[in-house]
Design a protein around this ligand. Structure first.
Ligand code: AMP
Ligand code: MG
Length: 378
């Protein structure tokens, strides 16, 4: 077990216990944001035949005077031209035998002939090539490419089923009447949305009370690929996630040198990976963004590292990377950042009012005008 590790080390430790995937075959129309499980080989050349890139005439480039002898459109079978002949051709139509160039319609039939207005068979992809690799995120463009290559069903990784368990005697679901000392449970809602964003199936569990037996019983009852807990991981008397993992689980790290978000833990509970997020709403969100998400789904980044110029000064943290919430915009083509609202780790509004965080190295601060690294949420 390692304690008080860097963010990078925490991720490296978690990556030693990857979530297991199986492969499933799905319809291409259902594939958006899934992860390809095998290299995908093209069944055809792209394009499958020489075709016109322009509306115009298919001609022989050596002919100076041309006589229009017919018309061909996309979807019609190939034709042929002889010396001195031209055929009206539409974009995507097969280039007639005998033609080696296209004159575009705007230039008139005796205009300049261009050989590069012909899209050559296989110039994009050859049959048997694999432009999509295992592990690739299926973006809209990647899905179009798979279709171009002739695939109607494709192999993708199964979506990890991740249990979300909030702990805390003070938590009640939104909608209920709050009694004195109670707050609405909010972390699990954000965490389920984050999990959906990175292509997982969240399994929302009801809030677990702060005692060893309830927590043990809940963890034992889960049927999932990984467990995310929130709360109960710091030094408090009732921080039972940490206690249970220390005594009965297998703990790999506890505490990360970041603020907010100091006390997360990672390990396995009876063979299932368990990520223990802090209870403070900003902390749980940021630890998920910085460590849990890149561990679960490195192909689906939730933030991008950028360089920003500060328009306000921000304080750092002794010994820890400091994640101050900032709002990033562009000014004269450069990224600039401002910061406002109360920055407490309990204030989830600060995550909504800003669109990124600073990555201030330990024991440093940023003054107005300084250029620093930051994370910009996608
Ligand atoms: P803990 O880590 O359990 O000590 O919780 C730290 C703080 O976060 C406390 O103020 C809790 O009330 C709050 N908290 C813990 N879990 C949640 C949750 N699921 N939703 C909202 N706030 C929470
Ligand atoms: Mg608690």
């Amino acid at each position: 077990m390692e304690t008080f590790v860097t963010i990078e080390r925490a991720l490296a430790i978690a990556q030693q216990t990857p979530i297991q995937h199986s492969t499933e075959w799905i319809q291409l129309s259902q594939a958006h944001n899934r992860i390809l499980a095998e290299d995908l080989t093209s069944k055809v050349d792209d394009p499958p035949f020489d075709n016109s890139a322009m509306d115009g005439w298919a001609v022989r480039s050596s002919d100076l005077n041309r006589l229009e002898v017919g018309m061909t459109a996309a979807g019609t079978p190939p034709t042929e031209i002889g010396k001195g002949e031209a055929i009206r051709i539409m974009t995507g139509a097969p280039v007639p035998k005998g033609a080696d160039a296209i004159v575009k319609i705007e230039d008139g039939i005796d205009g300049q002939a261009h050989t590069n207005f012909i899209r050559r068979r296989g110039e994009n992809i050859r049959q048997g090539e694999s432009p999509l690799s295992s592990g690739q995120l299926l973006t809209p463009a990647a899905i179009s490419l798979a279709a171009t290559m002739g695939h109607d069903t494709i192999p993708v990784r199964s979506q990890p089923r991740i249990a979300v368990v909030s702990t805390g005697d003070e938590l009640v679901p939104p909608g209920a009447e709050l009694q004195n000392g109670q707050i609405y449970e909010s972390n699990s809602y954000g965490l389920c949305a984050l999990l959906e964003k990175i292509g997982c199936t969240p399994l929302l569990h009801e809030v677990v009370e702060d005692n060893m037996e309830s927590l043990r019983h809940t963890l034992d009852s889960l049927d999932c690929d990984a467990i995310l807990t929130s709360g109960g991981v710091s030094m408090g008397e009732f921080d039972y996630v940490r206690k249970l993992m220390e005594e009965e689980g297998d703990l790999h790290f506890w505490k990360v040198a970041m603020r907010p978000g100091g006390p997360p833990l990672f390990g396995t509970w009876k063979g299932t990976p368990l990520f223990g997020l802090p209870g403070n709403p900003v902390s749980s969100h940021l630890v998920f963004l910085m460590i849990a998400a890149p561990w679960i789904a490195p192909e689906t980044p939730l933030a991008r590292e950028v360089t920003v110029r500060m328009k306000d000064s921000v304080k750092g943290a002794p010994g820890k990377v400091c994640l101050r919430r900032i709002h990033i915009t562009t000014e004269d083509g450069a990224l600039v950042a401002t910061t406002h609202t109360h920055q407490g780790s309990g204030n989830i509004h600060s995550m909504v009012a800003h669109n990124g965080v600073t990555l201030l190295p330990p024991d440093s601060e940023a003054n107005t005008g300084d250029t620093i690294s930051a994370l910009w949420y996608l």
